[in-house]
Design a protein around this ligand. Structure first.
Ligand code: GLN
Length: 511
């Protein structure tokens, strides 16, 4: 497939680094909730809350990591320290799982491990994502394909990890969890070694300059001078005052809505405060501001994508376990295996999609980036509509065919390929260089918010005898439950389709 060829070698280094890192992230995640309930003996509710807070915070810290990279460290140093911190985190998890006889120590080691994983991911994820774009000249037509290849690497790791770490750690004996964490730790160390030993060989811009060494803010200042652009000075005092007021109001507001749930309060507040903070930066030109607005608007809609998509780990796994016939020629497939379907489909579709876009491009029919996001949302809605047919006439107590869940994951994955890598590429194209990693952090905020939101929505999962309601609609059956997502992502898609022409104008020439 020609769209997959002809990329800088650095892309394949980033591919391999991300495969190894995502292996460790998803490997640990696959056994984490089981470890909490079976080895550390948390009850299900407490375990779900720790799990939710962890996955929420993991996507919040890219904001901090992105800021540090742009302003102080540069991307290379951030990727390195991010991976080192994650390796420490995985080894603390291993130590926690090795000291099960001392419950208190095991708990502290686990919390310490999570802390390092959260901080490490914050430094690693936005920076490695923005590094992809730096291998190309601005306006290079290969960028969407490059991000799709990168995304393939991410999913090679996500596919293999639950199988291997699950095989080693989830054996039924709580003392074996440590082997799953050890495998994740070794892969993180491998990430560090691979990146450190290869970065000087492969990470260059098209003009041959080493990339990611100095902070992007400094790099852009140099380029600005060359272009004779001068930015007005920002008024720091007004900025701080406005920021304090906004933060206080939001903390009070979300504190009232999510009483006692400080992680949700923090995530939702940060999701508004930080984007505003960037807009208050006086150095932004009109065009830069307009492009940043596009990122914010699209990121808002993308929240609805991930909130419906992330049902995979929660309600859809329950559906797989309780209401799906998993019998294959007399053998019952484990419910958790459905979670490997998606990364497998991503790898296959990521191979095909760049060719599809370039086919459309040649015929002047390629959709704009915001339209591709709307297509992603539409496919998500269609995936849920598909499964609605499967459960519509289902008789209680009789499990439905696995065709329905498999079809849903396949349709969702086509949507993901249209939305997720193209979204990363779009953020890269629209961000001023000096905010490149920070804007990736902002983009990942929609995943942080969505993860929290997904947990709330999966609480609507129908349970015997209980009728739940959302916005006045009653949820009594699986059909009603899936319809929530058909409508939610369908409406979000429609609005984004309607906005896409306007958004394209606001992108000022970026495609
Ligand atoms: N599977 C992707 C990854 O791990 C999804 C990221 C996201 O934005 N939600 O990178």
């Amino acid at each position: 497939m020609s769209a997959l060829k002809g990329h800088p070698k650095g892309l394949y280094l980033i591919f391999a680094t991300s495969t190894a890192e995502r292996f460790s992230y998803y490997g640990m995640r696959a056994i984490f909730i089981l470890f909490l309930t079976q080895a550390l003996l948390f009850d299900k509710e407490a375990a779900a809350s720790i799990y939710g807070s962890y996955t929420g915070l993991v996507y919040l810290t890219p904001l901090i990591g992105g800021y540090i990279a742009d302003k102080y460290w540069g991307i290379r140093r951030s990727v390195f320290w991010g991976a080192v911190m994650m390796a420490v985190g995985q080894f603390l998890m291993f130590m926690s799982a090795s000291t099960l006889n001392n419950t208190e120590l095991a708990h502290w080691l686990m919390y310490g491990g999570l802390g390092f994983l959260i901080l490490g991911n914050g430094c690693f994820k936005p920076t490695v994502s923005s590094l992809v774009g730096q291998l190309y000249e601005p306006g290079d037509k290969r960028l969407d394909a490059a991000y799709t290849i990168f995304y393939m690497g991410v999913n090679v790791g996500s596919f293999a990890a639950p199988l291997i770490c699950g095989y080693l750690g989830d054996t039924g004996d709580p003392h074996d969890f440590k082997w799953g964490f050890l495998a994740a730790g070794i892969m993180t160390l491998f990430t560090v070694v691979l990146f450190e030993t290869q970065k000087n060989k492969y990470l260059f811009s098209p003009s041959g300059e080493a990339i990611g060494i100095i902070p992007d803010a400094k790099r852009e200042k140099k380029e600005d001078k060359a272009d004779h652009i001068s930015h007005p000075k920002m008024d720091a005092r007004t900025k701080i005052r406005n920021l304090i007021i906004i933060t206080a109001v939001l903390l009070a507001f979300f504190g009232y809505i999510f009483t006692g749930d400080w992680i949700s309060v923090g995530i939702f507040t940060a999701c508004i405060v930080f984007p505003v903070l960037i807009l208050l930066d006086g150095s932004l030109t009109k065009i830069e501001r307009s492009r940043i607005f596009v990122i914010y608007i699209v990121a808002f809609f993308v929240i609805f994508f991930w909130a419906a998509y992330e049902q995979a780990g929660a309600s859809l796994t329950l559906f797989a376990s309780e209401q799906t016939n998993r019998d294959i020629l007399g053998w019952e497939m484990p419910a958790s295996w459905f979670q490997s379907f998606n990364p497998l489909f991503v790898v296959v579709l990521a191979y095909i999609m760049p060719g599809v876009w370039s086919f459309l491009n040649k015929r002047k029919m390629e959709p704009s980036s915001p339209t591709k996001q709307a297509i992603g949302l539409l496919l998500l809605s269609l995936g849920y509509l598909f499964i609605c047919f499967g459960v519509k006439d289902a008789v209680p107590g009789v499990k439905v065919s696995m065709i329905w869940l498999t079809g849903l994951y396949f349709i969702h994955t086509i949507g993901e390929i249209a939305l997720s890598p193209i979204g990363l590429s779009m953020v890269n194209k629209l961000s001023p260089l000096r905010f490149a990693s920070l804007m990736m952090g902002i983009w990942y905020l929609s995943t942080a918010t969505a993860n929290k939101f997904a947990g709330m929505l999966s609480g609507l999962y129908p349970e015997d005898g209980k009728v739940k309601t959302i916005l006045g609609f009653q949820i009594a059956t699986m059909y009603d439950f899936f319809m929530v997502f058909v409508v939610m992502s369908g409406v979000a898609s429609l609005i984004l389709f309607l906005l896409s022409k306007k958004l394209q104008k606001m992108m000022h020439g970026v495609e």
